[in-house]
Design a protein around this ligand. Structure first.
Ligand code: AN7
Length: 398
């Protein structure tokens, strides 16, 4: 069933509904599952390994084999910080971000419902992913993007997969409001993370982390927070495995936002359950340039219930962390993703993260999503003659 997280009102799985009709709050999908974790062990490493926990019809699955992403132990960086550090590399998904997990379930649901048009507003990655999965399913796809603020790799993907791309004069929050109005009029099936089926896919990040750790919870999970769907989803996934008796502990959920777009951090600092929206969010990490996160209540519950934390990082800290992860560990991520690493550095500095903690940082999207930011952070290559003697001298000098 679909259930309101505030008033508990219940809806059928086949209703097209995004927020509670009774109280206006957000919804979640609930499925009773009774299986042993042993059934997972021989299965292919995609997120559908945990299909019993997915509330969709198995015969209709639309998949590009998302999930099963690298879980990389980072001993160099972890050693310097005095912690046990793993990085979950979500840029290795089919379209280069974690959004593919949610879209696989979301588009499967769209096929079950028999809709013909799907749509979303996006800071980039959601639209890139939706465009690809809609193409695979043969559905019409409409995406609304904040004009001039979407990283070029993501824009290229949305257009190349054949979505109808509309550049909105306004920011992400305004684009989301517009596309939601279209969805409520029945023009399209909305696949932003307010659609609770999206989070059912994304919760598999939580499944994979504890599976990769040998059915143990890490002490802490750190990730960037924008619209706040992912932190809510990962917490839901880990909680489901905890409730199933697969693990004995749960991690401290730790959300990182950019200084210029931090409504969730502001709420945590005041120990509140409601956010004040940020009207003109601004950050180099355009993926998380969001002032009115729709899943804020779910995210705040995750942070408080897990005794977690929330912190901001500056654009400079984000770009420095992006370079550090690329050069020290060989992992290339987009700026928003580097917020998790920047946050980790800050929290170690502030002694929020204890020495010896086992920490999992989620890096949410690939470096090449935002090629301009990557190129701008580097000096241009030297132009030289292809002459061995000359080359030898140039290499020696550098
Ligand atoms: C790389 O694509 O909101 O807190 O429209 O692309 O679940 O929103 C992207 C979000 C983190 C934040 N990292 O996740 C969109 C969009 C990357 C992202 C986030 C996004 P949420």
């Amino acid at each position: 069933m679909i259930k309101c997280i505030s008033c508990g009102e219940e809806y059928s799985l086949n209703e097209i509904i995004y927020t509670c009709e009774k109280c206006g709050s957000v919804l979640e999908v609930i499925k009773d599952v009774d299986v042993s974790k042993d059934i997972f062990s021989c299965r292919k490493q995609t997120m559908w390994k945990y299909k019993e926990f997915m509330p969709v019809d198995e015969s209709k699955i639309v998949s590009l084999e998302e999930g099963g992403t690298p879980f990389v132990k980072c001993d160099k960086l972890g050693g310097e910080l005095g912690i046990d550090l793993y990085v979950k590399v979500e840029g290795s998904n089919p379209t280069g971000s974690f959004k593919d997990r949610g879209m696989s379930v979301g588009i499967t649901k769209a096929m079950e419902l028999g809709v013909s048009t799907v749509g979303c507003a996006s800071t980039g990655n959601t639209s890139a992913s939706l465009a690809a999965y809609a193409a695979r399913a043969g559905l019409r796809c409409v995406v609304l993007l904040p004009s001039g603020k979407v990283a070029l790799g993501k824009l290229a993907q949305a257009m190349f997969h054949g979505a109808e791309v509309l550049s909105i004069k306004g920011n992400f929050d305004e684009a989301l409001e517009a596309v939601t109005a279209l969805a409520l009029e029945g023009e399209l099936y909305l696949l932003n993370s307010v659609n609770p089926f999206r989070l059912e896919g994304q919760k598999t990040i939580g499944f994979e982390i504890v599976d990769d750790l040998g059915w143990k919870s890490p002490d802490r999970v750190i990730l960037p927070v924008g619209n706040a769907g992912n932190i809510s989803a990962i917490w839901k996934g880990i909680s489901e495995f905890y409730d199933a008796g697969f693990i004995e502990n749960k991690p401290m959920m730790t959300g990182i936002q950019a200084e210029g777009a931090c409504p969730i951090v502001n709420a945590v600092r005041k120990n509140k359950m409601e956010i004040e929206t940020v009207d003109n969010p601004e950050t180099v990490a355009t993926a998380i340039r969001i002032g009115a996160p729709v899943s804020s209540l779910k995210a705040l519950r995750a942070i408080y219930d897990s005794k977690g934390y929330a912190e901001t990082v500056s654009d400079e800290e984000i770009l420095n962390a992006q370079k550090l992860l690329a050069r020290k560990e060989g992992i290339g991520v987009e700026p928003a993703s580097a917020a998790s690493i920047a946050g980790l550095l800050k929290l170690v500095d502030e002694c929020v993260v204890d020495k010896g903690e086992q920490v999992v940082c989620i890096v949410t999207g690939h470096l090449l999503k935002d090629p301009n930011t990557a190129i701008n952070a580097c000096v241009e290559p030297l132009e030289v003659e292809a002459d061995i003697k000359n080359l030898r001298e140039v290499i020696k000098k550098n």
